[in-house]
Ligand binder design. Structure first.
Ligand SMILES: *Cc1c(COP(=O)(O)O)cnc(C)c1O
Length: 448
């Protein structure tokens, strides 16, 4: 752990931070009534590499890359330098068609060069939700003005997570996120996927698509790994079948790589593991290495040209910060760091460590479905009476124990997982995996 004179800690009164936070802040995904009465939150002051530090000088390994964004670790010096350089030139300018700038134009070309072949057009937005929202609107408007206006429905999987805007909420396969808004959502076919049942799910998709392809604009999937829905893996074979089927029926396939991209699953994109190229691909999170919120929706010449014609056929959609120069400059540097530091090559041995550690956890009582893919490893913890999905509590007990040992985790209910920076140093990865092992053992067998 590095220490250094701490200027902020002197000027900021920690108790006051917590007090003001409790008085005014509404945290996402948090029952604030419990929060107000519970233990005070950690006050994070700075972060570096795979660690975050509190004002009182404690350091923690960031086991989940800070909501899955800090893929190159926190504050990678080259990303910070790129941000500083760009900030001295141009921070924001409107990005409507009458003007452009170098960071966004060069980034688009560099992104297409590393994207699955055939994805040659880049639409910028602000975050993962808007990247998927843009994809959704692109698909609907494409069919609306290209001879299939009755294609107004979409298809998504149970346990899917694609973001939070109201359009995207229709796609969500996690009930706590969707049910309260169900009455206000667009029509989405949700294909059930039970524990053993991805095979059946993809059979169901085939039935639905063959029966209703007249009405279905697109299928949305997270490739091979459903993240927020519980770190659920499915076989690349199913994704290949879905690609063949959607191609045969001429329904768009949208692949959401917001979580899985940038090496999380091993290669740059998880869809590469299936050899599949989608019609649209969404990326965010690791896109700027956690420096700024920025996202992109990539698509083909076909979709792009489907918006040619009179002005009413254009894509009348955008966000104020679209293509913003700071984000674009950092996103370019991210791609360069991946190249220069051979990030993807470095993942292979780290992924093997994660695989071994989680396979070993799977031998413990009350630990189920040990699994891993690339830089993600997960298990489900079930007390004997069975799990409780997203709202389960066992995962939080593991997190508390891990935190006491200097590791930050954030469970998905009963699912305990790691998704560390993809360049996490080996020593930090070993420490992370050991802390997870000890915490899980304590929770499932009550001793260590
Ligand atoms: C996190 C996530 C999103 C939403 O991204 P935000 O930046 O939080 O809006 C969309 N899709 C997937 C697969 C995600 O993991």
């Amino acid at each position: 752990m590095t220490t250094r004179p701490n200027e902020l800690a002197e000027s900021v009164d920690l108790e006051r931070v917590v007090e003001l936070d409790r008085r005014h802040v509404w945290h996402p995904y948090t029952q604030m009534q419990d929060y107000l009465q519970g233990a005070p939150p950690l006050v994070i002051e700075r972060a570096e590499g795979s660690r975050v530090f509190t004002s009182d000088g404690r350091g923690f390994i960031d086991g989940t890359s800070s909501w899955w964004v800090a893929l190159l670790g926190h504050r990678h010096p080259r990303l910070v330098a790129a941000l500083e350089r760009q900030a001295k030139e141009l921070c924001h300018v409107s990005f409507g068609g009458s003007q452009t700038h170098a960071p966004a134009a060069l980034l688009a070309a560099e992104l297409c060069a590393v994207a699955p072949p055939g994805l040659t057009r880049v639409f910028y937005s602000d975050n993962g939700s808007t990247a998927v929202e843009a994809a959704l609107k692109l698909c609907l408007k494409y069919w609306h003005q290209n001879g299939r206006p009755q294609r107004t429905r979409v298809l998504a999987l149970d346990h899917a997570f694609h973001g939070e805007t109201l359009g995207v909420t229709a796609l969500l396969g996690v009930e706590v996120f969707r049910r309260p808004y169900a009455g206000a959502l667009m029509d989405c076919v949700h294909v059930p996927t039970d524990e053993a049942g991805f095979e059946r799910a993809f059979d169901r998709i085939e039935q639905e698509l063959r029966a209703h392809s007249d009405e279905i604009a697109a299928c949305f999937v997270e490739p091979l790994l459903q993240g927020a829905g519980g770190m659920r893996l499915y076989s690349s074979e199913y994704l290949r079948r879905l690609r063949e089927l959607t191609r045969e029926l001429d329904v768009f396939l949208v692949i959401d790589e917001v979580f899985t991209g940038y090496g999380r699953c091993g290669p740059m994109w998880a869809c590469e593991l299936a050899g599949v190229v989608p019609d649209l691909l969404c990326t965010a999170k690791g896109f700027t290495g956690g420096i700024l919120p920025m996202a992109a929706t990539l698509t083909t010449e076909r979709v792009f040209e489907g918006f040619f014609g009179d002005v009413s056929r254009a894509f009348h959609y955008g966000h104020t910060y679209a293509g913003h120069p700071l984000g674009a400059a950092v996103a370019r540097e991210v791609l360069e760091v991946y190249r220069d530091e051979q990030i993807l090559q470095g993942i292979v041995p780290k992924a093997r460590k994660i695989e071994r550690a989680f396979a070993a956890l799977g031998e413990l009582p009350n630990v189920h479905q040990a699994r891993s893919l690339g830089m993600m490893g997960a298990v489900n913890l079930k007390a004997s009476e069975g799990g409780q999905g997203y709202l389960g509590q066992l995962g939080w007990r593991v997190s508390e124990l891990a935190r006491a040992r200097g590791v930050l985790l954030r469970p998905l209910g009963e699912v305990v997982y790691v998704a560390p920076p993809v360049n996490i140093p080996d020593a930090d990865l070993d420490e992370l995996l050991e802390a997870v092992r000890e915490a899980v053992i304590k929770v499932v067998i009550g001793k260590c």
